[in-house]
Design a protein around this ligand. Structure first.
Ligand code: T4K
Length: 375
């Protein structure tokens, strides 16, 4: 029977490498609470990402929630963000008692439309939470200028952008903080995990308190905090995967190049443009299907591929602002580009172990949908 192809598949280090890493834990019995592997990974990632400060977390979502919490914004304050993202971004804002203010996106790279941010700023605005969606980098310079002009904080959701650089600088060095996800489905994974990167050293202590119940010593709890620590087994996975990160991205790059070669000539299918000054991380391969030109809708293509055991995903449909958990609250907002992209987008399978022949099979399956219509 033919193997199903999913949108992604986590990369795992050789079994022996992982077991070597975790073996000492059977002697030490030290499994979590900022253990040796946690601290080593924190140092190694600091160097790899080229950041001044980093705090490891249990996952990307808690990294975002706690990065926002660390800023100590007043309840009800407004945060300008994008609706074209994973629900985590919006939930992190809402769960901090803040009001998400949704800004439209650009059709060129699907990131927040910097031209529309200023018109959304009010007296209650405290921050901008842009997302480097699919690893597409936001307009860092314009966002920085807007933030400086209005004295706003910028917290980048860089869940998709691990290892990317802009003008040679690590993507985690921009804004007041950047948040990474090391979930199993990401370019770099610690099974579950995440991190906040930052320049202000005060944030290290604030985040430490927030991720460890505010405990400073056996008898002192200095702050109200949660539990969002990364454990030693996750850190061990990270240390192993970090050794193979260049190989991981190299394999993804080759697959992406083949996708591009095959799909660029296809009318009605739009690919993400490469960005100037950006070293990409080859995280996702989204395509937009224009039904009027291609002859088949995104949903028809997705369903047809599913029938053949190819499981693409409609990241990100519906927009987070239109999810039922928010009722009709944001349904009338002028988010034309985001709504249009969201209806046409699908993400094709991409992971290091995917074979070039499978990429060709996926593209053939897409093209076959078109032929079926023409017949
Ligand atoms: N901000 C943004 C912009 C994000 O995209 C995310 C997460 C976050 C914040 C929050 O970060 P975390 O708290 O998650 O660290 C997946 C991931 O679970 C999620 O991490 C990711 N974004 C999102 C875009 O995708 P689902 O609901 O699509 O996952 P699921 O379970 O359907 O997995 C997708 C496919 O991956 C499966 O069809 C098969 C494959 N898979 C998955 C897992 C979990 C495997 O092969 N092995 C596995 O262990 O959300």
């Amino acid at each position: 029977m033919k193997e199903n192809i999913f949108v992604t598949r986590p990369s795992m280090p050789p079994w022996e490498e992982y077991t070597e890493r975790i073996k000492p834990l059977w002697d030490s019995h030290w499994l979590t609470n900022m253990g040796e592997l946690h601290n080593t990974l924190e140092q190694e990632l600091k160097e790899y990402l080229g950041v001044e400060g980093i705090s490891l977390m249990v996952n990307g979502h808690m990294s975002l929630e706690l990065a926002l919490a660390a800023m100590k914004f007043p309840q009800g304050a407004e945060v300008i963000t994008t609706p074209f993202t994973f629900i985590s971004t919006t939930h992190a804002i809402a769960r901090n008692g803040l009001e998400p203010v949704f800004c439209d996106i650009k059709s060129s790279d699907y990131t927040i439309d910097e031209d529309k941010i200023e018109s959304l700023i009010t007296e209650k605005t405290v921050a901008i939470v842009p997302v480097h969606v699919y690893g597409s980098i936001c307009n860092l310079e314009r966002i920085n200028r807007i933030a400086e002009k209005y004295e706003l904080k910028v917290i980048y959701d860089a869940a998709h952008a691990f290892g990317s650089t802009y003008k040679g600088k690590g993507i985690g060095t921009f804004g007041d903080a950047s948040v990474f996800s090391f979930h199993a489905t990401k370019v770099f994974n610690t099974i579950e995990g995440g991190a906040v990167t930052f320049r202000n050293p005060d944030l290290y202590t604030k985040l430490y308190n927030l991720k460890n119940f505010g405990i400073r010593s056996e008898e002192i709890v200095a702050e109200v905090g949660a539990n969002a620590k990364m454990n030693e087994f996750a850190a061990a996975m990270g240390l192993c995967n970090l050794m193979h990160i260049e190989e991981e991205m190299g394999k993804r790059k080759k697959l992406m190049e083949r996708y591009r070669e095959l799909l660029v000539p296809v009318k009605g299918i739009r690919l993400l443009e490469e960005q100037i000054d950006v070293k990409p991380n080859y995280a996702y391969f989204p395509i937009q299907i224009d039904e009027t030109v291609f002859g088949r809708s995104r949903d028809e293509v997705c369903d047809a591929l599913k029938q053949q055991g190819i499981f693409c995903r409609k990241y990100f449909y519906p927009l987070t602002s239109d999810q039922i958990c928010f009722g009709d609250r944001y349904r009338g907002l002028p988010l034309e580009t985001a709504r249009s992209v969201s209806k046409r987008i699908m993400v094709l399978p991409l992971y290091a172990d995917l074979q070039i022949a499978q990429v060709e099979e996926i593209v053939n399956a897409i093209l076959a949908c078109q032929c079926n219509r023409i017949k």
